[in-house]
Write a protein that binds this ligand. Sequence first.
Ligand code: CP
Length: 311
Amino acid sequence: MSELRHLIDVSDLTVNEIEELIATANDIIANPGKYAEKCHGKKLATLFFEPSTRTRLSFEAAMYELGGNVLGFSEAQSSSAAKGESVADTAKVVSCYADIIAMRHPKEGAPLVAAQNSTVPVINAGDGGHFHPTQTLADLLTIAREKGGFENLTVGFCGDLKFGRTVHSLISALSRYKGLRVILISPEELKLPSYVKNDILKKAGVEYIQTTDLEEYMPELDILYMTRVQKERFFNEEDYLRLKDSYILTPDRLVNAKADLSVMHPLPRVNEISVEIDKDPRACYFKQVLNGKYIRMALILKLLQSAGTIG
Ligand code: CP
């Protein structure tokens, strides 16, 4: 029986479903030819009301590699949103043209509104400072491939933990696994919001430590997840300039890190990881980029199969 499913938050997926997506992505990596025509004749609409390089292009590459087609826009100004059309009406209209929608929007909750008004699956491609579930799936695929699983990990999140939606989504996903320890490294002004601490970490009984010092817990980390300070979410330029270079990861800061540490970053990077780190085998951020395409292929397949659009 077909069922219209959307992906708004990573918690829309069960642990089993995430593991199935990871298994499908690994199979796509091993056998790309098997998937080359799975979405023949189907269309993905990419509705991006905010800038993006990775998410939009990886969704588009994913659909092309599945044999499908892509339509959409990359800025609000080139859509009828500029004339005042609502997100709800946009979703109703695009459902008439496309089989599946990926939407990025600066307003928290906009993709949920789209899902409530769409007749095809809607994927949240990032909503304001809220969630970014497909980045989380890319991160989880990377962690699965680098670490072999998700249990008993000590993960340091560093940078803008207030506005960093990729951090909120990844914490939500990892909190479902045993033995997680979280080290939250940020300036006072950019600490993890209380709702993430209370509704996710405390509820799941996850041990967490807050610090302003990048090096204090470095020797204990299995993963260091760096983030940029989100300029676009600041109300004044002065605060952004004061905080933007709070943390810069350079090779000397990794001297006491584990030999098998994974350095992750959702990208784009500004200054927070020195380019010298790119040569370090522990740097995983460009692997995350590639994994993002494979996991989005797996997700498109899952949602279109669920909707009965493909077999
Ligand atoms: N990681 C990420 O969301 O990158 P883009 O903003 O380029 O899509």
